[in-house]
Structures are given as structure tokens and as C-alpha cells.
Write a protein that binds this ligand. Sequence first.
Ligand code: HEC
Length: 190
Amino acid sequence: MATKNKSNDLHDENLMDHDYDGIGELDNPPPLWIMAMFYITIGFSILYGAYYFWLKQGDHQDAEYAKRSEKHDEKFKLNQPSTGEVVLLTDAASIDEGKTIYKEMNCFACHGMNGEGNAIGPNLADEFWLHGCKIQDVVNVIKNGVPAKGMTPFKAQLSDDKIQKVSSYILSLKGSNPANAKAAQGEKCN
Ligand code: HEC
């Protein structure tokens, strides 16, 4: 501060040697930490410029976005068109995978560990169905859900392929008679 203690003294060692109509200038350098930050930002901008612009190593926004979307689509396979008629899978590997999906997607929270049903969702292991027992019916319910009744739509979270597998798993439960089975709901259907 120019008005305080020794800075007030015109013979101050910080006084620069020009003088305009008796007005002098004090040379007060900014504190070291500000200068350090200043030089660090310059250093950073050189590295940043080199990485993204001169050496073209880093991805710019568009490329980064495209890469990320690709990864996302790959993960959820959302861009795969539906393949028309769905067929029931009966091979052990697909049923097994369906079972894993059933667990991973928390279907058990509403339908029980073994599809026996619970207070929320219906029994999936009996012969009675609210929305039909054909593979296509089951696929449709899982895809589009029954939001008004509390069944989540899964089309945004599961690929058609995975929905086909989890549907096949569910249909494979028929006759498994799980413990604590929930009372039948809907129409009998074989
Ligand atoms: C938040 C609870 C909830 C979750 C999670 C859930 N469901 Fe459901 N689900 C329901 C309810 C409730 C119904 C009954 C809808 C109705 O009454 O129309 C239902 C119905 C169904 C039906 C039709 C049953 C019938 O009798 O026609 C199928 C198939 C089904 N769910 C499969 C699944 C699968 C597979 C998953 C996991 C990917 C799943 N559900 C996750 C609550 C849930």
C-alpha cells in the first residue's frame, strides 16, 4: 500500500527512477505465489496446445463423443434392428445366460429368485399368464413393460438378444414348482 509506512517514503528502495510532475511510481512485484500460478498456466497452455493441436494426439470433443457413443451402443446394442419373429431358445447356454440376466437386471426383486412371484410381481413359473405365454408375448412385456402395474420396460436397458434369452429362461421355468409360489394370476395357457 502506497500510503503505509516505508512505501510512503519517496526514497523507498522500490521507487522507480522516473518522476512525472513530482509523481513517482513504486515497483511492487506481485507475491511469488501469484507469479508461480501465472507461469504454471503458461506452461500448461503450451503442453495443452501441443497435445491437442500441434501433435494432434488428443481427441477433440466430436471425436470423443463419437467414441463414447460407440462404446455405449456396443454395450447395449441399441442400434441393432429387431429381427421380426422371436424364437424360443432351448439350449442350455442361452437359458443359463437368461438366468444371469434375470439376476443382473434385478427381476428377482419383483418376481422372486426362482420366478415364484412375490407381493409385487406375478409368478413366472406357473401356467397362468396375464399377458400371454408365447415367447413373443413375454418379449413384448419385458420390452415395453406394464408401467401402470409396476412392470418396468427394459427395452432401453436390454438388447433384443438379451430379452430373447431372459424370456426363454422364464418360459423354461414352467413346471419347476418353486417354493413359496404366488397364487396364479391371469389365464391358463400352455
Ligand atoms: C419393479 C418391479 C418389477 C421388476 C423389476 C420386474 N418386473 Fe416383471 N412384472 C412386474 C409386475 C407388477 C408385473 C405384472 C404386470 C401386470 O399386472 O400387468 C410384471 C409382469 C411381468 C411379466 C408378465 C407376466 C404375466 O403373467 O404375463 C413378465 C414376463 C415379466 N414381468 C418379466 C420380468 C423380467 C424378465 C424382469 C427383469 C428383466 C422383470 N419382469 C422385472 C414387476 C416387475
